[in-house]
Design a protein around this ligand. Structure first.
Ligand SMILES: CC(=O)SCCNC(=O)CCNC(=O)[C@H](O)C(C)(C)COP(=O)(O)OP(=O)(O)OC[C@H]1O[C@@H](n2cnc3c(N)ncnc32)[C@H](O)[C@@H]1OP(=O)(O)O
Ligand SMILES: O=C([O-])CC(=O)C(=O)O
Length: 373
């Protein structure tokens, strides 16, 4: 029996990983040793997914082969495809993704295997299918149709095309691609931990991803980006400071601020703030960018908290024309690359993850028959 617990497992090292690393004091993030500041705006999401899942940045031939496998695996299986319309009528976007990934498992050609090569193929298919599932879900609920993927476009470009129905501007694609790069992996965050716990029972990759999606959905994790947009939309543009102070006085958390690991600026927020400013200027309406900047100042002054990745992602996605309730699904499109890489890593060197607990209940209870209780 353990005699001491750490609430929320803060500072507990729960796994070893070669995928990503954070220096929370310095505000630095690395994917397989590459500084996020070097990757952002330079590596594409496909290159980063390859880096995470296959261990290195691809050369041209490797990238071509990986991109081919993504394109070949993009189509969700018949069971998922057949159920999108009904699911779209009954479930929110993250609930729907949780269901659809589970259904997609049934038609995955490697569904019965957790072998390394099978895992690599499944990781590519899950990464390729996630944006398509989001776009098809959105089309099903709005009565729209999904344009065919354009072989000239990346995952980022095709997602913007398929979700908005318009061919995106090249700069929009670059910015969205950078967002995907920034969200791809983040050490032992809650959803990745959930995926690893599941995978460590030697369950399959789709099951682990279903656990991760359900975990990302919560507002203390990936769900915060949607909440940030709702906050921005719910307060008057000239009343940001007052609204924030009122929320804090009422004991509310301000979504998009604070982090378990970063004690300074989240390095991803630095890039997202810059992208938000650029898109606001291009849109000719910087209201949400200005409000975000002011909110950042007020929260820092009142609580000493910095924005996390979800904060400026909200206004960036808004300016890109992505519906607010698809912000967390967008996070999952990117994080799929990291989750799947973690499942591969877990299966490659596995031990069951089963921590202890600290018992705080009653002791010495005496059993009584039901009529005497
Ligand atoms: C992709 C991601 O998952 S990034 C995180 C996304 N989540 C959010 O943006 C939700 C808002 N933020 C939070 O709830 C937290 O900062 C978390 C969940 C990210 C981190 O949680 P923890 O490390 O457990 O910190 P915890 O919630 O205990 O906060 C520590 C203190 O700071 C305060 N605090 C932390 N975040 C916030 C916030 N966003 N607004 C107001 N106060 C906050 C807490 O109230 C607490 O104060 P107290 O000590 O006086 O009680
Ligand atoms: O690491 C965390 O706890 C949350 C986070 O920022 C992420 O998952 O990107």
């Amino acid at each position: 029996m353990a005699d001491k617990s750490t609430k929320g497992l803060a500072d507990v090292v729960a796994a070893s990983t070669a995928l990503s690393d954070i220096d929370g004091k310095a505000g630095r993030l690395f994917y397989r040793g590459y500084d996020i500041h070097d990757l952002a705006g330079r590596a594409t999401f496909e290159e980063v997914a390859h880096l995470l899942q296959r261990g290195r940045l691809p050369d041209r031939a490797e990238l071509a082969a990986y991109s081919e496998s993504l394109a070949a695996g993009r189509e969700p299986g018949p069971l998922a495809a057949a159920n999108i319309a009904e699911i779209a009528g009954k479930q929110t976007p993250m609930e729907a993704l949780r269901s659809l990934v589970s259904l997609a498992a049934a038609d995955d050609p490697d569904k019965d295997s957790t072998a390394h090569e099978a895992n690599l193929r499944k990781a590519a298919r899950l990464t390729a299918q996630q944006p398509v599932l989001v776009a098809r879900y959105h089309a099903a609920r709005t009565g729209g149709s999904v344009p065919d993927a354009d072989p000239e476009l990346s995952i980022a470009g095709n997602f913007l095309l398929q979700v908005t129905g318009r061919r995106p501007e090249p700069r929009q694609v670059e910015i969205f691609d950078e967002c995907l790069v920034l969200h791809a992996d983040h050490t032992m965050n809650a959803s990745t931990f959930a995926a690893r716990v599941c995978a460590a029972t030697l369950s399959d990759m789709h099951s682990a991803i279903v656990a991760a999606i359900g975990t990302l959905k919560g507002p203390l994790h990936g769900g915060a980006n949607e909440q940030v947009m709702k906050t921005l939309e719910s307060i008057p543009a000239d009343g940001v400071a007052q609204a924030v102070r009122e929320k804090l006085a009422a004991g509310e958390k301000i979504m998009g601020f604070g982090h378990r690991v970063y004690k300074t600026e989240d390095p991803r927020a630095t890039h997202l703030r810059r992208m938000s400013a650029e898109l606001a200027e291009a849109a000719g309406d910087d209201t949400y960018y200005r409000m975000s900047k002011e909110m950042e100042e007020v929260v820092f002054e009142a609580k000493g908290l910095y924005p996390n990745v979800d904060f400026y992602a909200a206004s960036v996605y808004h300016y890109l024309g992505i519906p607010t309730d698809l912000f967390t699904p967008v996070f999952s499109i990117s994080r799929m690359s990291g989750w799947t890489a973690h499942v591969i890593e877990q299966h490659a060197d596995n031990r069951l993850i089963r921590p202890d607990s600290e018992y705080i209940g009653e002791t010495d209870q005496k059993w009584k028959p039901i009529d005497e209780r």
